[in-house]
Design a protein around this ligand. Structure first.
Ligand code: PLP
Length: 456
């Protein structure tokens, strides 16, 4: 029997032994973990200290069907008992992976018709970069290697995905770099969006293609809606303009739908809002609602068919590509999404969330530029939005606000960028009800009132 450890013992071991991802190591070494989750139920999670919180960001925008979904647990249990793991190497396969590939390509727009499985978002983007370069190589364009990404895009932390990430702290971390990945200067930030049109972004990407030479560029990668860059919706016509540019310049378009895919924005894939078919879609997170690490790349027929004719070993693949248990969980997840009409529910709940956020924005001076698509939302905190005045850095506006929400049993995510912008993200589980949205809005209201008093 495993020895029972007290809450304090667990905290101490964590503090001493674990280097946490995307956390402040010294803070962890000094204070231990900020929460030790012990239970989840619907939109709520419980900390070992007994507190119960609304998970306002679905953990990392991935627990889309909410916590404690026992059908997903059962699907994993049954698959593990039957056949827990088998690799896809050497041409082998398994039924859940085959069924999932069929389902995903049925969901995917246009002629997206082939799938390569991975274990998460970063691996999916690295795979998309490699396969797009490989595709061009197969077409006889050996020099097409460069990947263009956008400022504030977030694509993960493996070396290539890190380099494509246009948020300085990640892009530069630890000096790793892929010289073939370059970053456009165009921003999608809400602050600039009002003044910028889709053609500004198109010009920025076009400028880079021309600078590098289209013969050297393999692909452009972008998130249809930027997540970790501050939740930014694209200006009208933007995705279509990038699609046209890619066609004109003979460059592949990769849509990173790691956050957006499988219903988060009120469509199966966010690109559907703008009727655009990218050449590849990378996915992860929501495909299993976070119940199993699984991701992949969906590719258009022309890419899949070119690769399918290669008669030597494709020197790429992960131990957990096409993991049967992960695929079984994903299949159940997609079945529940369909059965419960989750995607339409998201569109309904978006209206409630938008309404609540607008009311708060009218009431609280520091809250500005609230935005939402489906259940992916954000707003900025500014000292004086009308005068375009940001908070001073030492106010730590987003951090203070998110802490105030935590004290009121709501978990949210904050972003404070090098340009001084403070942004708060909201992305609750897609199963959230109208009543629960109101509960969330009431907590935001109370927390805004509290921090406002502090800042005045
Ligand atoms: N792409 C996007 C848009 C993401 O938001 C993330 C993670 O948040 C990733 C890629 C990386 O995914 P992972 O952390 O599973 O490697």
């Amino acid at each position: 029997m495993t020895k029972k450890l007290s809450y304090q013992q667990l905290k101490d071991i964590d503090r001493e032994k674990i280097i946490h991802p995307q956390s402040v190591p010294k803070q962890n070494a000094d204070e231990g973990p900020s929460m030790i989750y012990s239970k989840g139920d619907g939109i709520r999670v419980t900390d070992m200290d007994g507190g119960t919180y609304i998970d306002g960001v679905s953990m990392l925008w991935n627990v889309n069907l909410g916590h404690g979904q026992s059908e997903l647990a059962t699907a994993a249990y049954e698959q593990m008992n039957e056949f827990a793991y088998g690799s896809q190497f050497y041409g082998n396969s398994n039924e859940p992976a085959i069924r999932l590939a069929d389902k995903i390509t049925e969901y995917a727009p246009g002629d997206l018709d082939g799938v390569f499985f991975t274990s998460g978002g970063s691996e999916s983007n690295d795979t998309a970069f490699k396969l797009s370069r490989f595709y061009w190589q197969l077409q006889g364009f050996e020099s097409k290697k460069i990947i263009i990404s956008l400022k504030r895009g977030y694509h993960g932390v493996t070396v290539s995905a890190q380099r494509a990430t246009g948020i300085e702290a990640f892009r530069e971390f630890s000096g790793s770099g892929d010289p073939h990945i370059i970053n456009a200067k165009a921003h999608l930030t809400a602050a600039e969006q009002g003044d910028r049109t889709s053609s500004d972004f198109e010009k920025s990407i076009r400028g880079l293609i021309e600078q590098e030479g289209a013969d050297n560029v393999a692909a452009v990668i972008l998130e249809p809606v930027q997540g970790a860059g501050g939740v930014h919706l694209p200006p009208d016509g933007y995705l279509q303009a990038v699609r046209n540019l890619c066609d004109e310049q003979n460059v592949l378009m990769i849509a990173d739908e790691v956050i957006c895919g499988f219903g988060r924005t009120g469509k199966n894939f966010a690109v559907e809002h703008w009727n655009v078919t990218p050449d590849m879609i990378s996915f992860a997170k929501g495909v299993t609602s976070g119940y199993f690490p699984l991701g992949g790349v969906i590719m258009r027929a022309k890419v899949k068919e070119a690769i399918a004719q290669y008669d030597q070993m494709l020197a790429h693949g992960f131990t957990y590509s096409g993991h049967p248990t992960g695929c079984a969980v994903a299949l159940k997840n997609l079945e529940i999404i369909e059965r419960e009409g989750i995607v339409d529910h998201v569109t309904e709940m978006e209206k409630e969330l938008q309404k609540g956020l607008h009311t708060l924005q009218e009431k609280h001076k520091c809250m500005t530029k609230s935005r939402a698509i489906g259940l992916l939302a954000g707003f900025d905190l500014m000292k004086d939005p009308e005068a375009d005045q940001l908070f001073e850095n030492d106010v730590k506006a987003a951090e203070t606000f998110v802490k105030a929400c935590r004290e009121r049993n709501l978990i949210l995510r904050k972003f404070d960028f090098e340009d001084g912008m403070n942004t708060v993200a909201i992305a609750p589980p897609l199963i959230i009800t109208k009543k629960e949205i109101q509960e969330l809005i009431d907590i935001l209201d109370d927390a805004l009132t509290a921090v406002h008093k502090k800042w005045e």
